[in-house]
Design a protein around this ligand. Structure first.
Ligand code: SF4
Ligand code: ZN
Length: 359
C-alpha cells in the first residue's frame, strides 16, 4: 500500500470550495503519451492505524481534520471542477489506506467519484485497497459504473513471502491477497502489485533482489492463470519521517534504502523475465514523491558510508524509467556500467560483477 496521506496540498487559493488540507498529494508526472495525476485525499485513518497496528515503514500519521467519508465525493467533485484534465492519461487516487473502506470513503461518495471518472476523458484510473475491502459487492458496483478495462486495483503486496510481510506488520497473508486477486480478475479489472525493494525486514541488497524476482514470478504466474492484466510497481524502500523504522530501530539496525545499482539490476532482470513470458505485463518504478516526508532515499554509497556523488546522475536516469521502454533499457545500462568507484563496493555486497563503464 502506498504510504498515503500526510503533507498539505499545493492546489489552493481562496476561490476553491474545498479545504487546503483535504488534498494530501497533488503531483503530475510524465507517463506513457500523457501525464499521470497522483491525487491524495485526507480521509479517515487506514484500518491498520485504527486498530493501532500500522506497518513498520508507514510514515503516514497526519490525520488532522480528515474529511468525513460521506463528504469525500463532494470534495472530489470540487477538485475535478478546478483542474484541467486534458492531458491526464491515468488518474491515481490515494486515500488514507483503502478506497473501498467505508470508514474512509462511504459507498455514496465512491459512486459519486466513479460517475465523475466515467464521464471524464481519463482513460485509466487506479484505486488502492487492502485485500479485506476487495469484495464482490464493492467491485460489482464499481463495474456497473466504469468500464472495468479502465480500472486498475492496486494492492501493496510488498512481497510474496509471508514471513517478510509479517515482519513489516502488514496485517494480511498471501492467501488473503490471492483471494482478492481472484475477485479483481473475475470482474475483468487490471491489477497492480506494489513490491517493496529492500524493505527493513530484508535490509540486504542481494536478498532484496531475490525477493522481488521470486515474488514477481509468483504474481505473474497467478495473473496469467486468471487472465488478468498486471502491472508490477517496484517501490525502492525509503525511510519515511514518523515511521516506526525512522523512530526506533533504523540507526541501531543500520537500515538503509537499496543502492541505485540494485534498483537498476532488479529492473533489468524483470525486463529479461518479461521478454521470456507470454503475457503482456508491465513494470513501473515508484519514487519517493509520496504524501509522506522521505528522510533517506535509494542512493549509491561511498566507502565511508555517505551518499556517493554519482547518485544524482543515476537518479536522473531512473526518473525516466516510466517514460519510454527504449530509454528505460539505455538508462538501466548507463547505471549498471558506471565507472564510479562505488560500484565495486556494491558488487562486493551482492557478490556479483556487472561490467565496464558507459558513463
Ligand atoms: S496499509 Fe500500512 S502502509 Fe498502507 S496506509 Fe495502512 S499502515 Fe500505512
Ligand atoms: Zn558512485
Amino acid at each position: 500500500m502506498k504510504q498515503s496521506c500526510g503533507s498539505p496540498s499545493s492546489v489552493t487559493d481562496a476561490r476553491h470550495s474545498y479545504r487546503r488540507d483535504c488534498v494530501t498529494l497533488n503531483k503530475r508526472e510524465r507517463y506513457s503519451d500523457g501525464l499521470r495525476w497522483k491525487l491524495g485525499i485526507n480521509t479517515n485513518p487506514c484500518v491498520q492505524l485504527r486498530k493501532g497496528r500500522r506497518c513498520v515503514y508507514c510514515g503516514f500519521l497526519n490525520y488532522h481534520d480528515p474529511i468525513p467519508p460521506q463528504k469525500v465525493g463532494q470534495v472530489f467533485t470540487d477538485i475535478f471542477a478546478d483542474n484541467n484534465l486534458d492531458e491526464i492519461h491515468r488518474l491515481e487516487i490515494y486515500v488514507s489506506g483503502s478506497f473501498f473502506d467505508n470508514e474512509e470513503v462511504s459507498s455514496a461518495s465512491r459512486l459519486e467519484i466513479l460517475r465523475l471518472i466515467d464521464e471524464s476523458g481519463v482513460s485509466e484510473v487506479l484505486l488502492e485497497s487492502r485485500p479485506e475491502f476487495i469484495t464482490d459487492e464493492n467491485l460489482e458496483s464499481l463495474a456497473n459504473m466504469v468500464d472495468p478495462e479502465r480500472v486498475t486495483i492496486a494492492i501493496g503486496v510488498e512481497t510474496m513471502d509471508d514471513g517478510t510481510r509479517n515482519k513489516l506488520r502488514k496485517g494480511f497473508s498471501t492467501e488473503d491477497f490471492v483471494r482478492s486477486l481472484n475477485i479483481i480478475a473475475r470482474y475483468g479489472m487490471n491489477f497492480q502489485a506494489y513490491l517493496l525493494l529492500n524493505p527493513p525486514a530484508i535490509n540486504n541488497d542481494k536478498k532484496a533482489i531475490l525477493d522481488v524476482i521470486s515474488s514477481s514470478i509468483r504474481i505473474v504466474k497467478l495473473t496469467e492463470e486468471l487472465n488478468c492484466n498486471l502491472v508490477l510497481a517496484i517501490q525502492p524502500y525509503f525511510i519515511a519521517q514518523n515511521s516506526l523504522v525512522a523512530n526506533s530501530f533504523a540507526k541501531k539496525n543500520h537500515i538503509r534504502p537499496p543502492w541505485l545499482y540494485t534498483v537498476a539490476l532488479t529492473l533489468k532482470m524483470l525486463n529479461t523475465m518479461r521478454a521470456r513470458t507470454s503475457s503482456n505485463w508491465q513494470v513501473i518504478l515508484g519514487n519517493e514523491n509520496d504524501n509522506v516526508v522521505p528522510l533517506m532515499v535509494s542512493s549509491n554509497y561511498s566507502s565511508d558510508g555517505y551518499v556517493c556523488s554519482c547518485t544524482e546522475t543515476a537518479r536522473k536516469y531512473l526518473n525516466e524509467f516510466n517514460i519510454s521502454s527504449k530509454r528505460m533499457e539505455e538508462n538501466i545500462d548507463r547505471i549498471l556500467y558506471s565507472s564510479c568507484d562505488c560500484k565495486k563496493i556494491w558488487e562486493d555486497q551482492i557478490g556479483s560483477k556487472i561490467g565496464e563503464s558507459h558513463w
